[in-house]
Design a protein around this ligand. Structure first.
Ligand code: ACO
Length: 435
């Protein structure tokens, strides 16, 4: 971040002689920012920006998005290159540490993660407290938060070694928890992790295998899973990441912060969107119903949205959606699923929406969730598991952002201000005197 003396913005209050000359700070890419930290002290005013659409709350070196051009970079590397050439754990190292690892660093990191895949045996008991039909995200919020009650030895957030061990634990244990939520839902025995398998392979094994028979993970599906994890690994200061940072800014422990992130991810406007896409596709039912559905989407009184379309930042094709679309075809072909009606419906819907002035004018393009639900369904995941899988992938993004925040000398407790529009001061009236 740099500021040169001549770059500044002057904010003058009309009708008075008060003004603030605020420095403009420049990053390495993307819009510069106006540093308004002195606004309240100098002018006695706050800024008003509901949804934070124009507010940079942090300085970060991790992920860069150019929403107009459809660009996503992790530590400077384009998502397309990482999706093609990297693995999820290597990408995780990159996000957490800032550079790609050499061969020995990569091996040490993978070993570091893999030896933490098991859960404390007592954590099994937690699952029994939930109803069998509990939503996986409800279980994830509870059990991930509970990790802080089991791993006291890595809770010192001021100690870099403690933070590193917590990071390993979270990256390694969240997949085990996610797989076990599914096993609990369907009433099958929990499968313990296998550390001889790759990260995505082990996850598919814990999810699909049963103790009664051998199970071999299809390598093409393991690679597709790994790719899905890479695509969802981080996405700058989105709602759940900002939640993790806000929780972390209070000094809360990393397990509690990630549980907060999971809660934030659950909503249908964020991580719940791929689940909502499949629900929407099955409600539409057939290609002939698309025009009627699009009419409802465009009707301002209907509250119906085209799920999997639109993004706060991307006003162009989400680069992850393009990769996801290709992977979707590969997975369906590997599984011998020809003419999948949902895929057919999704492609037709995409074609119609991309040519409709309503979507074109508002720059609404498919986002990553438009295709991910179809792939995950084909891979045997229940729709209620989709957001839990997103949480598995995003854990590395959350922990990398939390780690960056922990090292930031400018870090303070997050405390937004407000424009108060409630009652002015008034005196209490006893109930007998109220009309
Ligand atoms: N379908 C129909 N219209 C839409 C959609 C949509 N999916 N998304 C936005 N619009 C319209 C809005 O009605 C609004 O129209 P108006 O200007 O006439 O009032 C305009 O486009 C701008 O929309 P906003 O709601 O202001 O955009 P915002 O940036 O706040 O919302 C969001 C982004 C929440 C992702 C939105 O596009 C949406 O709800 N999409 C569907 C849910 C979804 O797919 N979420 C996944 C996001 S990606 C992720 O989390 C991995």
């Amino acid at each position: 971040m740099s500021a040169s003396g001549k770059d500044s913005v002057t904010i003058a209050v009309n009708g008075s002689n008060r003004s603030l000359t605020a420095p403009v700070l420049h990053g390495t890419l993307g819009p510069s920012v106006v540093d308004i930290r002195k606004l309240y002290a100098d002018l006695g005013m706050f800024t008003y920006d509901p949804g934070y659409g124009g507010t940079a709350a942090v300085e970060s070196k991790i992920t860069y998005i150019d929403g107009d051009e459809g660009v996503l970079l992790y530590r400077g590397y384009p998502i397309e290159q990482l999706a093609e050439k990297s693995t999820f754990l290597e990408t995780a190292y990159l996000l957490l540490n800032g550079e790609l690892p050499n061969a020995s660093e990569r091996e040490a990191f993978e070993n570091g993660v893999i030896r933490h895949t098991m859960l404390h045996e007592q954590i099994r008991q937690f699952f029994n407290g939930f109803r069998r039909d509990a939503h996986p995200m409800a279980v994830m919020c509870g059990v991930v938060g509970a990790l802080s009650a089991f791993y006291h030895d890595s809770l010192d957030i001021n100690d870099p070694d403690s933070r590193r061990i917590s990071a390993f634990r979270l990256i390694a244990k969240v997949p085990t928890i996610a797989a076990w939520t599914h096993k609990y839902n369907v009433g099958q025995p929990f499968m313990y992790p296998r550390n001889d398998l790759g990260y995505a392979e082990n996850f598919l094994y814990m999810f699909h295998a049963v103790p009664a028979e051998p199970y071999t993970v299809n390598p093409i599906l393991a690679r597709a899973m790994d790719l899905i994890l890479i695509l969802h690994a981080d996405h700058e200061q989105n709602a759940s990441t900002s939640t993790v940072r806000l929780a972390g800014s209070t000094g809360a422990n990393p397990f509690a912060c990630i549980a907060a992130g999971i809660a934030s991810l659950w909503g249908p406007a964020h991580g719940g969107a791929n689940e909502a896409v499949l629900k929407m596709l099955s409600e539409i039912g057939s290609v002939s119903n698309i025009p009627d559905f699009i009419r409802k989407v465009k009707d301002k009184n209907s509250n119906v949205r085209l799920m999997g379309f639109g993004h706060r930042v991307y006003k162009n094709y989400d680069p992850r959606a393009k990769i996801m679309q290709k992977t979707c075809h590969e997975v369906l072909s590997e599984l011998g699923i020809k003419d999948d009606p949902l895929l057919e419906l999704a492609m037709e819907l995409e074609k119609i929406a991309l040519n409709d002035p309503y979507f074109v004018e508002r720059k609404l393009y498919p986002n990553v969730d438009f295709y991910s639900g179809i792939i995950l369904k084909a891979m045997g995941f229940s729709t209620s598991m989709f957001t839990a899988l997103f949480a598995v992938a995003r854990t590395i993004g959350w922990i990398s952002q939390w780690e960056e925040m922990s090292r930031d000398p400018e870090q303070r407790i997050g405390r937004p201000r407000q424009l108060y529009t409630g009652s002015q001061r008034r005196d209490f009236v006893p109930v007998a005197e109220r009309s």
